[in-house]
Design a protein around this ligand. Structure first.
Ligand SMILES: O=C(O)c1cc(=O)[nH]c(=O)n1[C@@H]1O[C@H](COP(=O)(O)O)[C@@H](O)[C@H]1O
Length: 236
């Protein structure tokens, strides 16, 4: 499926950043058929959440396994090869050349898609400079996108602010996945590069990753439905 063919409803990925499998399963039940795509990251994966990947996949949902791998190439390659058997649709690695090369080798011809995290959405250019980088956010995101494309990576994670420039670099062959999504009026938290769901879709994002604005809402299903409506309106 090319990114342009993704159904509006499948573009919302809810981050199950919850403390236990029980809490995640309760949230999945509350969200019901309004959400088709879930992300499992550090918090849930390290709390026994990995078997939930296959369970969700068997129930017809898609899973983004957000492990943000980064190690020597051989270790990444072997780790990704193990992960291909879990049933996830997407897996994240950090966008370093050796890491991306190892991940593509480990993925092989499996159906797992590798997403490279360009620059975390909680970083601005000052944070990058403090971490020793010479480039600012947009320059580093674009440089990493070019490297990812050459190495055969399937998609990129960035903030919605960079999506327009990324689309010009990678066309429609790579999935553009954007966290840093904040519906109007919701708390920013630690995110620094943010956009509303509608603006992110209009900017060209394929998938929106949303955590706290849904899972910490008093009515998570209503929050997810409102985001879905904003996505559909932006695509209409
Ligand atoms: O790879 C990610 O999903 C990711 C990359 C990034 O640059 N920024 C980012 O926030 N994320 C993840 O996206 C989710 C955003 O959650 P909220 O800020 O609660 O909406 C979290 O699970 C983060 O780990």
């Amino acid at each position: 499926m090319t990114p342009a063919e993704i159904a509006p409803k499948d573009r919302l990925i809810v981050a199950l950043d919850l403390p236990s499998v029980d809490a995640a399963e309760a949230m999945i039940a509350r969200l019901g058929d309004s959400v088709t795509f879930y992300k499992i990251g550090y918090r849930l994966a390290y709390a026994g959440g990995l078997p939930l990947v296959a369970k969700l996949a068997d129930s017809g949902k898609k899973v983004f396994l957000d492990l943000k791998l980064h190690d020597i190439g051989n270790t990444v390659s072997q780790g990704v090869e193990s992960i291909t058997r879990l049933g996830a649709t997407f897996l994240t690695v950090h966008a370093y050349p050796q890491t991306m090369k190892g991940a593509v080798e480990g993925r092989g011809s499996s159906t797992l898609k590798i997403l490279a995290v360009t620059v975390l959405t909680s970083y601005n250019s000052d944070d990058l400079h403090a971490a020793g980088y010479r480039l600012g956010v947009s320059e580093l995101v674009e440089a990493r996108a070019q490297q990812a494309q050459v190495l055969g990576i399937d998609g990129l994670v960035s903030s919605p602010e960079e999506v327009g420039a990324l689309r010009k670099i990678v066309g429609h062959q790579m999935h553009l996945v954007t966290p840093g999504i904040r519906p109007a009026g919701s708390a920013t938290g630690d995110q620094k590069r943010i956009m509303t769901p509608g603006r992110a879709i209009s900017a060209g994002a394929d998938y929106l990753v949303v955590g706290r604005p849904v899972v910490e809402a008093s009515d998570p299903r209503a929050a997810a439905d409102a985001i879905q409506a904003e996505i559909a309106q932006a695509l209409a």
